[in-house]
Design a binder for this molecule. Structure first.
Ligand code: OAD
Ligand code: ZN
Length: 259
């Protein structure tokens, strides 16, 4: 893609966004790549390196919650996980996170649905944020869906128990085999239904239900804009694709929309 192609794509995308009534961003790991957090798939991806995690993680948690917590709290139990956490802990929001927060402040972006668990959208100032795969800095009750900061609890007795309802607490990050918490999935479908323009940034669009939201938007007559250096299964339904790094392209979109 030439510089001229990129500029034309930014012009078209910003015109379409300006005409839209309800812009939603759907975000994946690529948005945090420029903050030094590896993506999951593709070159340099965490799972390309160490393999995919078990597909029945939630079942394993329910079978032995204390054992799950012991493993989580032991940095030596899984060196790849520890490396990933250290990357998250030392990461700062990048220009792409700031651009989304700015679009929200401008009143242009109505909601951000992120698959990322790294807390960087919050730290950049996004408020209308739906963390569909949870947030690594929190724990959540599997009964009442109460959430607390991970640091608020003592882990002397395992597993930790919900102070409100007595059910089990787990990390807020959604595991394979675990249902998306009801309030979160409801909020996602509400946004997907209201949305007439969905900007899909930095996701391979391979994990459902998130990967299905753009289809809901197009079924309702809305459009898809994609921001990704690589093609994805959504590229063919996108009316315009910004091919490149989100940290470079999203600030340009903000600049143009500011006029
Ligand atoms: P993936 O690792 O599957 O995809 C990352 C995407 O980001 C790819 O399409 C890359 O081309 C793109 N990308 C890389 N660098 C980028 C950049 N600088 N700017 C924009 N895009 C860039 O990550 P996800 O799609 O987020 O779930 O994966 C979805 C889910 O898979 C994750 O939330 C995770 C995993 O199961 C849980 O952990 C629950
Ligand atoms: Zn509870």
């Amino acid at each position: 893609m030439t510089l001229q192609d990129t500029e034309a794509a930014i012009r078209l995308a910003s015109d379409l966004i300006a005409e839209s009534d309800h812009l939603v961003a759907l975000v994946g790991a690529g948005l945090s790549a420029e903050s030094g957090i590896p993506t999951f798939r593709g070159a340099g991806g965490l799972w390309s390196k160490v393999g995919e995690p078990s597909m029945n993680g939630y079942e394993q948690f329910l079978a032995d919650p204390a054992g799950w917590w012991e493993n989580q709290l032991d940095p030596a139990a899984d060196p790849a996980r520890t490396e990933f956490r250290e990357a998250i802990d030392s990461a700062e929001p990048n220009p792409a996170h700031h651009a989304l927060a700015e679009l929200e402040r401008m009143g242009v972006l109505k909601a951000t649905i992120t698959q990322n668990v790294d807390d960087l959208h919050n730290r950049a100032g996004s408020k209308r944020l739906i963390e569909i795969h949870g947030n690594r800095t929190k724990v959540r009750c599997i009964g009442c869906e109460g959430r607390w900061s991970r640091d608020e609890f003592s882990y002397d007795a395992l597993p930790p128990i919900c102070p409100k309802c007595g059910e089990l607490l787990k990390g807020d990050t959604v595991m394979f085999g675990e249902p998306i918490p009801p309030s979160v999935i409801d909020a996602c479908y509400r946004e997907a239904t209201l949305c007439d323009c969905i900007m899909v940034c930095g996701t391979s669009a391979t994990v459902y239900p998130a990967a299905g939201f753009p289809q809901i938007v197009t079924s309702g007559g809305g459009i898809v804009i994609e921001v990704n250096p690589n093609p994805t299964p959504l590229s063919r339904i996108a009316v315009v694709t910004l091919r490149g790094a989100a940290g470079a392209l999203l600030p340009k979109l903000v600049e143009r929309l500011r006029g």
